[in-house]
Write a protein of this length. Structure first.
Length: 102
């Protein structure tokens, strides 16, 4: 019976995440990059060692005053936003996962 409840909770959590992601994907906005921060996160591996992953957070402010953040691994940031700098304009269209630099 405990397994059933565990599966039920996992399915409910998956549905909530999917609904949240679909809402986020339907959003459209435009705004300006206000800050870019890099950080390194150290994670412990199962076999006892450690790995470091570098992340980049892009903070933006939309035209209607709402603040937001996009956090990506450095590799993905370099691929999606290679020349992004503070003050650049971002536009996110409905149906897209990430904004474009204009």
């Amino acid at each position: 019976m405990e397994t059933f409840y565990g599966i039920l909770v996992a399915v409910a959590l998956a549905v909530v995440i999917m609904v949240f992601q679909s809402r986020k994907k339907k959003e459209s906005w435009s705004g300006v990059v206000v800050d870019i921060k890099k950080k390194i996160i150290t994670k412990e591996q199962d076999e006892g060692g450690f790995t470091e992953e570098e992340y980049v957070s892009v903070f933006y402010k939309t035209d209607n005053g709402k603040k937001g953040k996009i956090q990506l691994k450095k590799y993905h940031f370099d691929t999606l936003f290679p020349d992004l700098k503070i003050g650049d304009r971002l536009v996110k269209d409905a149906g897209e996962d990430y904004p474009k630099v204009v």
